[in-house]
Design a protein around this ligand. Structure first.
Ligand SMILES: CC(C)(COP(=O)(O)OP(=O)(O)OC[C@H]1O[C@@H](n2cnc3c(N)ncnc32)[C@H](O)[C@@H]1OP(=O)(O)O)[C@@H](O)C(=O)NCCC(=O)NCCS
Length: 172
């Protein structure tokens, strides 16, 4: 297996369509396409949302092989970030790209003083559930018909502060 060299950086406007298409094909299949180019573009422009991409290297612009969209809660008393959308292109899975994207988002959340990352996934999405479990996320609740009223979902979260202090305890 040849592993791709890749880099992670903030998305640019020119990436919006590639991100939207990856969402349509990898995340929203069977549910209709709601994360369109315009919606992704508004996230890229939104101050309280991080949109990041993984690109194949060496690369000029383009070559999006994975992405993550994370929104910080607006309320000052609620220190959580919501991972809205996250995917790696099928040809590049199991190469550590998802882990690298997630690590970037977790580090950024911690730096911003945000202690909890929450997200939802389809209940039937075993690969995503395994991926988040691998990274210390906990499954909190199942929700019937979470997706467009037809498909069950699961709420997943990670307390970054608990995990960060546990990690520093084990390394000291
Ligand atoms: C979930 C997803 C983002 C993982 O990305 P990835 O780049 O393949 O993940 P990584 O290579 O960093 O995997 C890290 C670890 O997670 C676990 N994991 C990842 N994919 C898995 C799978 N299909 N089955 C079981 N475990 C898996 C493994 O422990 C893996 O480590 P290993 O490869 O050494 O065994 C990717 O499968 C994906 O895009 N899926 C479709 C979209 C989606 O479900 N998005 C999330 C919900 S919004």
């Amino acid at each position: 297996v040849t592993r791709s060299a890749f880099l992670i950086e903030l998305a640019r406007g020119a990436d919006a369509l590639a991100i939207a298409e990856l969402s349509r094909d990898s995340i929203e299949h069977g549910l209709g396409w709601r994360w369109t180019r315009d919606r992704v573009m508004s996230c890229i422009r939104d101050q309280s949302t991080n949109v990041i991409v993984a690109r194949r290297t060496p690369s000029a612009a383009g070559n999006v092989i994975g992405f993550g969209i994370m929104r910080y809660q607006q309320r000052s008393d609620d220190e959580t970030a919501h991972l809205l959308l996250f995917a790696v292109a099928p040809a590049h899975r199991r190469e550590g790209i998802g882990s690298a994207l997630l690590a970037w988002l977790e580090t950024t959340a911690l730096t911003a003083g945000t202690g909890v990352i929450c997200l939802e996934a389809r209940l039937a999405n075993g690969e995503a559930r395994a991926f988040y479990r691998h990274h210390g996320y906990c499954e909190r609740a199942q929700v019937r018909a979470m997706y467009r009223g037809v498909e069950d979902g699961i709420r997943i979260a990670k307390d970054l502060w608990v995990n960060a202090s546990a990690a520093s305890r084990t390394s000291s």
